[in-house]
Design a binder for this molecule. Structure first.
Ligand SMILES: NC(=O)c1ccc[n+]([C@@H]2O[C@H](COP(=O)([O-])OP(=O)(O)OC[C@H]3O[C@@H](n4cnc5c(N)ncnc54)[C@H](OP(=O)(O)O)[C@@H]3O)[C@@H](O)[C@H]2O)c1
Length: 271
């Protein structure tokens, strides 16, 4: 029997206070992580995540410490301060989940340039900044047999050219960060840090609320598997990409979308 786990691992999850990031944290709690650093812009949301995640661990006989530290990943100075705070509280880091992200949807001619810049600052620049700062400590923690891992949370929107509700900056940011991830896999792989990308389809969260509510029929009927993603779909895939058994997987972009990347979206147009 092969047991997939992250036993004893220390993980950092950006945007871990809710949605996909929180779901990944839950899976790490239940599958052996020893410490999880959770960050989002709001300290109270991070504190609340600590409370519920540690309770989940306790209720399931797991001993895990959750460290909640607020940080705006799009703010350069804030990320530098966050890095100092994190590294003063941990002695190793095995897993970085670069998950914090934002989207903005508006028709083409009304789409503000400021919104495109804001999305790129978080979804691309923020990811690069985190990887740049944490790469040395990840390198120290990894070895050939069980490298450290970086998972970049991109999107199906990175590869599908049909419309995702007028999210122009978002789809550019996700295509950019996916390509960045592949280059980082080549650069960091020899340093015992594997870098992989996940490309989720549509998962009901705060971010996707408007699409999921207003375009439910189009999105569900248009998906080869006829449903939205479930949090367990993300949890299982990320757990696998972070466990010892996937140590030879480096630089992939894994669609987790029921096959949406093959067919694209229909009738969402927001030109
Ligand atoms: N849901 C989907 O269908 C879907 C599909 C494809 C890809 N994704 C990707 O999955 C990732 C997570 O999205 P989600 O659906 O879970 O969205 P979500 O529910 O809105 O969660 C986003 C998380 O990121 C945090 N965050 C937002 N802006 C931040 C900032 N500037 N600095 C630090 N943290 C920030 C949020 O907390 P605060 O707001 O308190 O800061 C929250 O914890 C994103 O990268 C998204 O692009 C989602």
């Amino acid at each position: 029997m092969v047991e997939i786990n992250v036993n004893g691992k220390v993980a950092l999850i950006t945007g871990g206070s809710r949605g996909l990031g929180y779901a990944i944290a839950e899976s790490f709690v239940l599958n052996g992580a020893s410490k999880i650093i959770i960050t989002s812009r709001k300290q109270t949301a991070c504190d609340q995540a600590k409370e519920t995640l540690e309770k989940l661990g306790k209720d399931n006989g797991k001993n895990v410490e959750v460290i909640p530290i607020a940080c705006n990943i799009a703010d350069e100075a804030n990320v530098e301060a966050f890095f100092k705070e994190v590294t003063s509280r941990i002695s190793k880091l095995d897993i970085l989940i670069a998950n914090a992200g934002a989207a903005y949807g508006e028709t083409f001619f009304k789409h503000p340039i400021s919104a495109v810049k804001k999305v790129l600052d978080l979804n691309v620049v923020g990811v690069f900044h985190c990887v740049k700062l944490f790469a040395p400590i990840l390198e120290q923690s990894g070895n050939k047999d069980d490298p450290s891992r970086i998972i970049i949370v991109s999107s199906v929107a990175a590869s599908v050219a049909t419309d995702f509700g007028g999210t122009y900056g978002y789809l550019a940011s996700k295509a950019g960060v996916s390509h960045l991830g592949k280059n980082l896999a080549v650069q960091l792989g020899p340093r015992n840090v594997n870098v992989n990308i996940i490309a989720p389809g549509i998962f009901p969260t705060k971010m996707s609320k408007s699409l999921v509510t207003n375009k439910k029929t189009e999105l569900v009927d248009g998906n080869p598997l006829g449903r939205f993603g479930q949090l367990s779909d993300i949890q299982n895939s990320v757990l696998f990409l972070c466990c010892k058994q996937s140590n030879y997987i480096n630089g992939i972009s894994l669609p987790i979308d029921g096959g949406l990347y093959l067919v694209g979206t229909k009738n969402l147009s927001k030109f």
